[in-house]
Design a protein around this ligand. Structure first.
Ligand SMILES: *Cc1c(COP(=O)(O)O)cnc(C)c1O
Length: 230
């Protein structure tokens, strides 16, 4: 099942790229494996997936030691400052940085371990009360603050669009994130790159790709529905 699902998702990404004249190599599929067992991840790995997304520090801690070392782990969920130390040497990219305070903690832990950490800034472009992330209008000032931490490198923006059955409804949010990213790019802030746009999930990744996503985070369409109660 996972193999077939992956072919379908990859094919949909390819079609979305063709529709707008993008090179499919610009888009990386992150398989969101939260709540799923290591055996599911191994199947995706055998199908050439190397980027996996998790939203809990604990789960990365459990899966990291038992899975191949060339996997790139993406922390996509809200990160508490006191947990940074558990993932700093394990993850490839933290997608969910939304405060100077959190970035400062990442800086401290990065110095301790003598590593550099790539991050994305999470923006709540749709301004949903229930979601983490910065407001669009405060993003530039906070990026300027975070850019001063020498071991923390901003690589782009991330958003979680509203849950909807109609993917087209989210197009405006993806488009707005891209506009913000271009705006920040033009400021040429030292230690800030705007090369990644992490947007699009099972319900709307094709639309996100059409609007410029470079990282799509897809779980359900690959691994099936999640069971949070076990
Ligand atoms: C769970 C999750 C996803 C994947 O969601 P699906 O709808 O299953 O594709 C993507 N991004 C974040 C931040 C998530 O928490």
């Amino acid at each position: 099942m996972i193999s077939e699902n992956l072919s379908e998702v990859k094919n949909n990404i390819k079609k979305a790229c063709e529709k707008v004249g993008r090179d499919v190599k610009e888009v990386t599929l992150i398989a969101v494996s939260k709540t799923k067992p290591a055996s599911d991840i191994e199947v995706a790995y055998e199908n050439d997936i190397r980027n996996f997304g998790e939203n809990k520090v604990q789960e990365i801690g459990d899966k990291y030691p038992v899975l191949p070392k060339d996997i790139k782990w993406h922390l996509i969920g809200h990160l508490q400052t006191n947990k940074v130390k558990y993932i700093i040497d394990k993850v490839h990219l933290i997608h969910s940085v939304d405060s100077v305070h959190l970035a400062e903690q990442i800086e401290k832990e990065a110095v301790k371990r003598n590593v550099d950490m790539d991050i994305l800034i999470q923006v709540n472009v749709a301004e949903e009360d229930t979601k983490f992330g910065l407001k669009t209008e405060e993003t530039i000032n906070i990026i300027k603050e975070i850019s001063k931490f020498p071991h923390v490198h901003i690589k782009g923006l991330m958003t979680i669009a509203p849950f909807t059955d109609v993917a087209e409804e989210n197009r405006i949010y993806f488009r707005n994130l891209k506009v913000l990213s271009d705006e920040i790019s033009e400021l040429n802030i030292p230690n800030v790159e705007m090369k990644e746009l992490s947007m699009g999930m099972t319900g709307d990744y094709e639309v996100a790709v059409e609007e410029g996503a470079t990282l799509v985070r897809v779980g359900t369409a690959i691994f099936g529905n999640r069971n949070y109660n076990k």
